[in-house]
Design a protein around this ligand. Structure first.
Ligand code: NAD
Length: 293
């Protein structure tokens, strides 16, 4: 089994390493990033998306957003030009569910299977191989690639037909964004009231307000460490996909719209490349106080 891995960024690189460590043969391609560390581990390098597909039995893509995946798979020199009938493309990027369905339909014409399989857990879980992977597609195709996905994630769940993986991921991203905003709002209040943020964290993290988001992001906030992790610009992309998808379905999502404007304000404030925990900076500016230990 040769796996073509396309998109070796913050997430794709450690995911590819876990596949190499599990004994799979990889052919890697990234349009911009270097792949020398992966070739040093035994991966082979392709010079295009088409070539990566032509040399592989299964293609995994881990790219920023819908246009990048469309370009890499369907564009000139793309996966679709090199891939063989009977192969499978697994897109693990977080993109618009409607685009996943578009990709599946275009690949089906060539006899190629498609799964959308976005992930949650961020860089630390990508490194540990403990991502949560939410998959949309046919049961049979899912069963055939599940053992490979299990090398990158500790939870691999088929949630429905193609597109369902990315619908689930949009739900995940709404919950994460609103949760970081709620944590930020609360901790700025506590700091301005003169209560030590570290003490607030210790006191409430085991109660009902506690969350994976709180455990991951409050230590970063207290350290003033906003190195990504998950960049604000990527969360803007996810919330835009959530807003578009929701509006097309006739679902108002007012809190998501509110947090989107907070992220837009941070982008104007040159924070687009910061971790999404920098949402706290928006609140810190409003209240003229910093939440630090
Ligand atoms: P990234 O920007 O670090 O990596 C994307 C890679 O894709 C880059 O190396 C880029 O050079 C490459 N690329 C772009 N266009 C390409 C093309 N046409 N052909 C080949 N390569 C191309 O992004 P990331 O943080 O690794 O995120 C990837 C996806 O995973 C995104 O959809 C993101 O929303 C999702 N995600 C990220 C995190 C996180 O914490 N970073 C967590 C969960 C999900």
């Amino acid at each position: 089994m040769i796996i073509g891995f396309i998109g070796l960024g913050i997430m794709g690189r450690p995911m590819a390493k876990n596949l190499i460590n599990a004994g799979y043969k990889l052919v890697v391609y990234d349009k911009y990033a270097k792949t020398d560390d992966l070739t040093a581990l035994g991966a082979e390098k392709a010079v295009s998306n088409k070539e990566a597909a032509a040399r592989s039995d299964l293609i995994i893509t881990m790219l920023p957003n819908s246009p990048h995946v469309k370009e890499a798979v369907l564009g000139p020199g793309g996966v679709i030009e090199g891939i063989r009938a009977g192969s499978t493309v697994v897109d693990m990027s977080s993109i618009a569910p409607a685009v996943s369905q578009e990709l599946a339909a275009a690949l089906k014409v060539k006899g190629v299977n498609f799964l959308d399989a976005p992930v949650s857990g961020g860089e630390p879980k990508a490194i540990d191989g403990t991502l949560a992977i939410m998959v949309g597609g046919d049961q049979g195709v899912f069963d055939s690639v599940k053992p490979i996905l299990e090398k990158m994630g500790s939870s691999v769940v088929l949630v429905g037909e193609v597109g369902a993986g990315n619908v689930t991921k949009l739900a995940n991203q709404i919950i994460v964004a609103l949760n970081i905003a709620a944590v930020s709002e609360a901790f700025v209040l506590a700091a301005k009231a003169g209560v030590k943020p570290q003490a607030v964290f210790e006191a409430i993290k085991g109660g009902l307000a506690g969350s994976t988001v709180m455990n991951a992001k409050v230590p970063m906030i207290l350290d003033g460490n906003f190195k990504p992790g998950f960049r604000i610009e990527l969360h803007i992309k996810d919330l835009q996909n959530a807003l578009d998808t929701a509006h097309n379905l006739g679902v108002p999502i007012p809190l998501t719209a509110e947090v989107m404007e907070i992220l837009q304000a941070l982008k104007v404030d040159e924070q687009a490349a910061s971790d999404h925990s920098a949402i706290v900076r928006y609140y810190e500016k409003l209240a003229k106080i910093e939440v630090r230990s």
